[in-house]
Structure formats: structure tokens, C-alpha cells
Design a protein around this ligand. Structure first.
Ligand code: HEM
Length: 180
């Protein structure tokens, strides 16, 4: 559950710091769901922009930053996700990279958030559904922002030392109830 909690935290951070993305994702949710609070599986497929935002967040901040298969090899997911060899402007948050046509051009095994092959994550789909459901509920009611005095104003401060997990230094966010 720690990995899922990291994914939910970093996506709220990117939405707080990219207000245009937050607005676009909210508009899509309101358009697709209407008054319904919890999206059906079909509606989740229709949330194309939200799905790109989720995927791009998991690229920029993979909750599991490194895989250690039971061999002498370690797979540095964070390093691959931030490599200019595979990603244009890798440090930028650009959900549009995951529009279908771009997806097809990309080299295989460059987006490794859930691992791959026989040891791939069993909770992959569950985790994506969880993020969609949470974001649909939250964005409808709240506007998320970063406090002006946040230590994360310039970038999200992570701690990768001595762990294969992405850890975030203490993060506070503001949730303002929407009136419209
Ligand atoms: C955003 C959330 C998550 C991320 C980023 C994530 C990531 C990963 C990664 C990278 C692996 C491969 C590990 C390896 O090859 O050594 C893995 C394996 C696994 N994950 Fe997840 N995971 C997430 C959520 C979950 C959830 C919610 C569950 C269960 C409900 C779950 C269950 C598993 C299991 C059982 C494996 C082991 C599969 C095997 O070795 O056969 N994961 N996960």
C-alpha cells in the first residue's frame, strides 16, 4: 500500500503545481461523469486525459525506483524514466507524451512503473483504478494547491538513499472547496 500511497501523493503534487493540467482533468471528469461520483470501468476508459496524467506522473515519480531481481543485476526504473535517451525533456511533466501515436513510437521497456515479464505487478490494474476513483472524487470538490512556503516550490524533494522505494520529504497541500 506504500507504493499506492506514493503514487497518490505525487499526483496531487503535480496537479497542485500544474493548474492548467488540474483544470483540464477536472473538466474531463465533470464532462464524462456528470453527477455520478464513482466512475464505471467504461467511464474510466473515456477519461483519456486523466489516464495520460496518471501515466506521466508514474513516469516522473515511479513509486518503486529500482527493481532487484534475484540476480546480480539491478534495474534502475527511476534512471530509465529520466533518461534523455528515451524521453524528450525527461524532467518536464508532459501528459501528452502518452497520446496513442507517441506511445507506439517509444522503445519497449522504457516505462517500467509496474515492472515487466513474469514478475510484473499483480496490483497494476487495481492501482490505476484506485487513482482514477480518488481523483474523480477529489477534483470534483476541491482545488489543490501548494502552500507558498512549501519546501517543494522549486521541485519535489525525493529521498532515494538506501531504498528501492521513492520517498517524499514531508509534503503539505491545500485543499480548497470549490464553489462552482
Ligand atoms: C502504484 C502502485 C504500485 C506500484 C508502482 C507497484 C510496482 C511493482 C513493481 C515494480 C513490481 C515488480 C517487482 C519486481 O520485479 O521485483 C511489483 C510486483 C508486485 N506487486 Fe506491485 N505495485 C503497486 C501496487 C500494488 C498493489 C496495490 C498490489 C496488490 C494489491 C501489488 C501487488 C504486487 C505483487 C503481488 C507483486 C509481485 C509479483 C511477482 O513477483 O510475481 N502492487 N509491483
Amino acid at each position: 500500500m506504500k507504493l499506492a500511497a506514493t503514487a497518490l501523493t505525487t499526483i496531487l503534487y503535480v496537479l497542485a503545481t500544474h493548474k492548467d493540467v488540474q483544470r483540464k482533468a477536472r473538466d474531463e471528469i465533470l464532462r464524462v461523469l456528470g453527477d455520478i461520483l464513482t466512475p464505471t470501468i467504461d467511464q474510466q476508459r473515456e477519461l483519456k486525459y486523466l489516464n495520460m496524467v496518471i501515466k506521466e506522473n508514474l513516469r516522473l515519480y515511479p513509486p518503486k525506483s529500482c527493481i532487484l531481481p534475484k540476480t546480480p543485476i539491478a534495474i534502475n526504473i527511476y534512471g530509465i524514466h529520466h533518461s534523455p535517451k528515451y524521453w524528450k525533456d525527461p524532467e518536464e511533466f508532459i501528459p501528452g507524451r502518452f497520446e496513442n501515436e507517441n506511445d507506439e513510437k517509444r522503445e519497449q521497456y522504457t516505462w517500467l512503473t509496474f515492472g515487466s515479464g513474469t514478475r510484473t505487478c499483480l496490483g497494476n490494474n487495481f492501482s490505476l483504478i484506485q487513482q482514477r476513483v480518488m481523483l474523480c472524487a477529489l477534483l470534483r470538490k476541491y482545488e489543490v494547491s501548494l502552500p507558498a512556503d512549501s519546501i517543494h516550490q522549486d521541485k519535489l524533494h525525493l529521498d532515494h538513499f538506501n531504498s528501492t522505494l521513492t520517498r517524499i520529504q514531508s509534503l503539505h497541500l491545500i485543499f480548497k472547496r470549490r464553489t462552482e
